[in-house]
Design a protein around this ligand. Sequence first.
Ligand code: PMP
Length: 363
Amino acid sequence: MKRHYNFSAGPATLPTEVMQQAADEMLDWHGSGMSVMEMSHRGKEFMSIYHDALQDLRDLMNIPSNYKILFMQGGAIAENAIIPMNLVGMKPQPATADYIHTGHWSGRSILDARKYCKVNIAATAETSHYTHVPARDTWKLSTDAAYVHICTNETIGGVEYHFTPDVGDVPLVADMSSQILSREVDVSRFGVIYGGAQKNIGPAGVTIVVVREDLLGHALPICPSAFDWKVVAENDSMFNTPPTYSIYIAGLVFKWLKRQGGVPAIEKVNIAKAALLYDYLDSTEFYRNPVAKDCRSRMNVPFSLHKESLNELFLDGAKERGLVQLKGHSSVGGMRASIYNAMPIEGVRALVDYMRDFEKQHG
Ligand code: PMP
């Protein structure tokens, strides 16, 4: 058995230790005589898995006690609609929500929000072709917004917020799908944090929502019960059958992350990994990353080869060395290396070594 260094943007590589433990426990979880997949979500075995996962995530992110953690379904894309359905009811209708447009994923959030409220694009990175985060002092926020929405890491564009914007008393809502648990974040600065699990947390299927308690209970009448955060919270994320296996693996990843020293420790590794790759990219004309230096993502590093005709050769050669899923998103082309928590620094070194060798051969 050989595991490749897998640079997929998501579903993404998971810690080998976690995969091994899941394999060992597959048929018989802790002497229960069943797989986690086969357990009632209300039984004591699964309840212990659920409560551990909840507490470990709370510890890892230092989530204050006045925030609920919800395990939902539908991914960040469903949440893009669930957010306005839960929040615009705090204001007289039709309400306004402020959005910051920094790339593909915040763009997708805007499209769904428009079905439920007036969207004010308070700032956009369109002029730079979405290669920067507009400075906070350029944002034109509304006076009466129900919330301000940001995507803290644009997974396709490779653009990341390296600051938490101050938006006063208006709830700040953040799509952290590809940033969550990669760096320290002061949760108390946010009203809502959400993201799909399939990057830094576990397999696809579970959506993490961290929501401040005072933001519960404002859902529009059209909001489906299963998407009403208050209903979900009151039912311990079990109003409908939760994605039990995804929650179990997420729980194993949380324990793995604690063993690594938690978020502060992994953040240091993530900084070192990103520096390795960006320092090399900046040292050559052969490859290029288009993002403004102070907005570059630590998690997703898009780059292009100066000759597009070499793309296939580059990918084939990478695969021969066990470096896989480097092809960029179809909307932008080129390459993308996603280097989430579970990507060891050795994987990034192997990638940079390969890129250097490829340049020598074809430069
Ligand atoms: N937001 C961001 C930042 C993402 O990276 C993704 C997935 N790549 C999504 C939203 C969509 O997530 P999902 O497919 O889980 O709904």
